[in-house]
Ligand binder design. Structure first.
Ligand SMILES: C[S@@+](CC[C@H](N)C(=O)[O-])C[C@H]1O[C@@H](n2cnc3c(N)ncnc32)[C@H](O)[C@@H]1O
Length: 269
């Protein structure tokens, strides 16, 4: 449980220098999985798409390529610093908690690692489902942060314990900002409750060896959350040892479980 409650603003800062490697690492791990989930017939040339909380923008750019000049993509985020509009790709600053959807007839809406952070996630999900065209797809992808991060190899038991201590403290901080660590497992039921059909879920996890882009995510997250980690009692020496561990060839860990759920608005009411 969190030691103290912060505001419920998104915990990471897209404007921080660590945001670029953080978003790149996420994209390199997740984009191939997402690409399989939104491949045709989910994504079709000429379609209208909304990429929610687009972050570094890689998914929005590939959607724009896939729908072609006859289609359009709206990429929205609280912070659009890493998003560039052009051609059929529109970029808008947008708070998905409070702003109305940027359209009401999307053939595909994709939200990855966004709703998990938002206390209003259930209401937001219902509004995303309501912005689908008949037959349109909603794809929601999240980390299930309830699964313990299994350390596969470590130079010592103490190193493995340190990894668990720092990563648990980071999850506590995300929770104190309003994240629901178990939300990934609720999405399937929420899509069914929203009236979507053909709902399906797949889960992916893989090993992240030291030095991999995946393992680097733990390091960039720890830099982004450093002031709050120090507040929570993690010492500067422990943070340094944690980041060294992520580059130690004797260290490997399992990734978070990535849960991808999609469903479709019935083509006829
Ligand atoms: C962990 S990043 C994921 C980025 C991207 N979806 C991906 O998977 O590569 C979460 C993104 O959601 C955005 N975000 C957070 N709260 C938001 C809100 N209320 N409305 C819109 N975007 C939000 C953040 O700015 C950030 O870009």
């Amino acid at each position: 449980m969190p030691t103290h409650v912060h505001d419920t603003h998104y915990a990471f800062d897209n404007g921080a220098p660590e945001a670029v490697p953080q978003l790149r690492a996420l994209e390199s791990f997740l984009d191939p999985i997402t690409a399989r989930r939104i491949a045709p017939p989910v994504l079709t040339p000429g379609g209208a798409c909304w990429e929610v909380g687009a972050g570094g923008g890689s998914v929005a750019r590939s959607l724009a390529r896939a729908v072609g000049p006859g289609g359009r993509v709206v990429a929205t985020d609280l912070d659009t610093a890493h998003l560039t509009p052009g051609g059929n790709l529109d970029v808008r600053r947008h708070d998905v908690r409070t702003d109305p959807p940027p359209g009401d007839a999307f053939d595909l809406i994709h939200a990855r690692l966004v709703l998990l952070h938002l206390p209003e996630r259930r209401r937001v999900l219902a509004s995303l489902a309501g912005a689908l065209a008949p037959g349109g797809w909603l794809v929601v992808e999240e980390f299930d942060c309830t699964v313990p991060l299994r350390v596969l190899t470590a130079p010592s038991d103490d190193a493995a314990k340190l990894f668990a201590q720092v990563t648990d403290a980071m999850l506590d901080i995300l929770q104190s900002h309003g994240a629901d660590l178990a939300w990934a497992q609720d999405v399937h039921g929420e899509l069914v409750a929203a009236g979507l059909v053909e709902v399906d879920t797949v889960t992916h996890a893989q090993s992240w060896p030291a030095g991999s882009l995946g393992a680097s995510l733990y390091g960039t997250n720890s830099r982004q959350l450093e002031p709050e980690l120090l507040d929570a009692g993690v010492s500067p020496g422990q943070l340094e040892a944690f980041r060294r561990l992520l580059r130690d060839p004797k260290f490997a860990v399992m990734s978070y479980q990535f849960v991808s759920t999609r469903g479709r608005r019935p083509a006829t009411p």
